[in-house]
Ligand binder design. Structure first.
Ligand SMILES: C[S@@+](CC[C@H](N)C(=O)[O-])C[C@H]1O[C@@H](n2cnc3c(N)ncnc32)[C@H](O)[C@@H]1O
Length: 250
C-alpha cells in the first residue's frame, strides 16, 4: 500500500478529534483537513513549538474553507501542556520524530505525552525517515546531511536523530501502545532541489559563524561550497525512504 494511503486514506476520521504533531509548513495539517472534510471529522489541533504568524497565515490560505477544522497551538510536543488528557482520538506525528530525539531518548517524553492526550483505544500514527545509508560517495545529499550534523555536534548540540523503525516499535510497546500496522516507501530522486540547497547553504553559513572553533570555520565554508557543487553535478537530492507505524493506546 502507498504510504499516503496507509496514513490518510485508510484511517477513519469520522467524528474524530486529531492532534497534528507538528505543524511545520502545514503539509500534514492540510492533508488531514481534506480527510476530515471527507469523513465528517471534528477538529484538528495543529501543534508546533514555533508557530510563526506568517506560516500560520499561509497554511490558512492553503486550507481555504477547511481552516474551520484547524486550531493552531504553540506548545512543546515533549509535554503537550496545553492539551487535555484523554481528549484526542488520533495523534499524527509526520516527519517530526527525528527532531524530538534531542538528546537521545527525549523521544520517550513525546511518546508519553501522546499516550496521555489520547483516549483509551485512540490511535497514534508516526511517519518518519528511514535511517540513511552511510555511503559518502553516492550523492551530495549524504554529505549535506552529515555536514550539518557534524556542525551541530561541534557546538554540543544535536541537529536531528533518525530512529530505526524497529527501535521505535520497541519504545512504543514499552510505553503502552500496541503496534497494529506498518508500511514503508522507497526513497526517490528530487530534481527540484535548487531552493532546498540554497536555503541549506544560507543556514549552514550562519551556523558556521557560531562555531566555537575559529580554525574550523574556513574548512566548513569550503565543505559547504563543495557539497553545493556536488549536488549540482548530481542533478538531484536523495529524498529518503519513509516508514509509517500505526499503533493503539492500551
Ligand atoms: C519537518 S517539520 C514538520 C512537518 C509537518 N508535519 C508537515 O507535514 O509539513 C518539523 C517541525 O517540528 C517542530 N518541532 C521541533 N521540535 C518540537 C517540539 N519539541 N515541540 C513542538 N514542535 C517541535 C519544528 O518547529 C518544525 O516545524
Amino acid at each position: 500500500m502507498h504510504l499516503d494511503d496507509f496514513v490518510y486514506t485508510s484511517t477513519d476520521f469520522e467524528d474524530k478529534r486529531v492532534l497534528d504533531a507538528a505543524t511545520g509548513v502545514g503539509g500534514a495539517t492540510v492533508r488531514l483537513a481534506e480527510r476530515l472534510a471527507e469523513d465528517g471529522g471534528k477538529e484538528i489541533l495543529s501543534v508546533d513549538i514555533d508557530q510563526e504568524q506568517d506560516t500560520v497565515e499561509s497554511i490558512r490560505e492553503d486550507l481555504d474553507e477547511k481552516a474551520s477544522f484547524v486550531t493552531f497551538i504553540e506548545d512543546d510536543i515533549h509535554s503537550l501542556k496545553k492539551v487535555e488528557s484523554k481528549s484526542i482520538d488520533i495523534v499524527l506525528c509526520d516527519d517530526t520524530i527525528i527532531f524530538l530525539n534531542r538528546p537521545p531518548l527525549a523521544v520517550l517524553r513525546a511518546i508519553k505525552a501522546f499516550h496521555r492526550v489520547l483516549r483509551e483505544g485512540g490511535e497514534l500514527i508516526i511517519v518518519s525517515e528511514l535511517p540513511d545509508t552511510p555511503d559518502a560517495s553516492h550523492t551530495g545529499e549524504w554529505r549535506r546531511w552529515h555536514l550539518a550534523k557534524a556542525l551541530f555536534e561541534l557546538r554540543g548540540e544535536t541537529f536531528a536523530e533518525s530512529i530505526p523503525p524497529e527501535t521505535l516499535k520497541e519504545a512504543l510497546s514499552c510505553s503502552g501502545f500496541i503496534v497494529k500496522g506498518e508500511e514503508t516507501s522507497p526513497g526517490w530522486m528530487n530534481t527540484d532541489y535548487e531552493h532546498i540547497i540554497e536555503e541549506w547553504e544560507a543556514i549552514m553559513h550562519h551556523e558556521i559563524t557560531l562555531l566555537p572553533f575559529e580554525e574550523l570555520k574556513r574548512p566548513f565554508r569550503e565543505a559547504v561550497d563543495r557539497v553545493k557543487i556536488q549536488v549540482e553535478e548530481d542533478g538531484y537530492l536523495d529524498a529518503p525512504g519513509k516508514y509509517a507505524i500505526k499503533c493503539i493506546k492500551q
